[in-house]
Design a protein around this ligand. Sequence first.
Ligand code: DNO
Length: 350
Amino acid sequence: MKSSFRWYGESDPVSLAYIRQIPGMRSIVSAVYDVKPGEVWPEESIQRLADLCAAQGLVFDVVESIPVTEEIKLGRPERDRHIANYCESIRRCAKYGVKCITYNFMPVFDWTRTQLDKAAGDGSTSLVMYWDQLKGLDPLQDDIHLPGWDASYTQEEVRELIRAYGELGEEGLWNNIEYFLERVIPVAEACGVIMALHPDDPPYPIFGLPRVITCEKNLDRYLSIVDSPSNSLCLCTGSLGSSPENDVPAMVRKYSARNRIGFMHLRNVKILPDTSFEESGHLTQKGSLDMNAIIKALTDTGFSGWFRPDHGRMIWGETGKPGYGLYDRALGSAYLNGLIEANGGVIEEA
Ligand code: DNO
């Protein structure tokens, strides 16, 4: 399997020169960040990412993410133009060596946390989601500013979107997923790209917004819409694992055996008694997930795709993008390498 690391481009405080020194590191996971969702990515920007990585002996072959616009998710009139642009961005990425593209189908907001710097007893900080901090908030009445939520929406726009999703409902969202996949997957197939769907994080509805990428039954449904290895998963252990109903090692084993995992996001998460959760560092005994069972599921099934250490804590005084510092992700990477080696897996070099 291929070890990778997320890098936010030239403004990322973590440098490629440091990332390349992590043992076994091969691939960079990045994106073009200065283009509005729905527009086509300029070739020069994609090529620049590829060149910067190549100059450090790294490969830019995973994109995270090309965003799916609300117009596509809601099935609004602009969706055909946005889907055509999406397909063109896939072709352009493929031209510069990208093999796997991550995306998600979460309405309005990507991941949801209530605090990004919760201090643990050892002085490290991490992202958490506490129901106590969400309780009583009504997005249709209150002004809500949760960390990480897209600040480009006004509160009124957020309310309008929440109402629209309320009318659409889960089955409406499924119809729009189908419409998208039927148009996008054939293009990805034709240019040798795996589309890797990220699960909803956390995997249950928030504020009444329909969230469907949540559990095995729904992942089965998603993958059966277009039955192709290009229609695959970015299986994020921490996202699926924040619901106690998901048996993450069993899901990894099943989808990897069927060759439907393109990309693994590997992190642990600690579920609290009221189903709130904390991002706890990668080690099995620090959280609720059996990380060795997850790696064993991958090695037993001959997984050959990409994995990356997902969110780390902030440690050793590092500052930067919450979840995406260098130090704890590098520790996570080394730990995962150890589990892979112990289970007889192979880490492919560039
Ligand atoms: C959080 C990430 C997600 C992920 C997107 C993929 O840190 O794992 O934001 O990139 O959901 O589209």
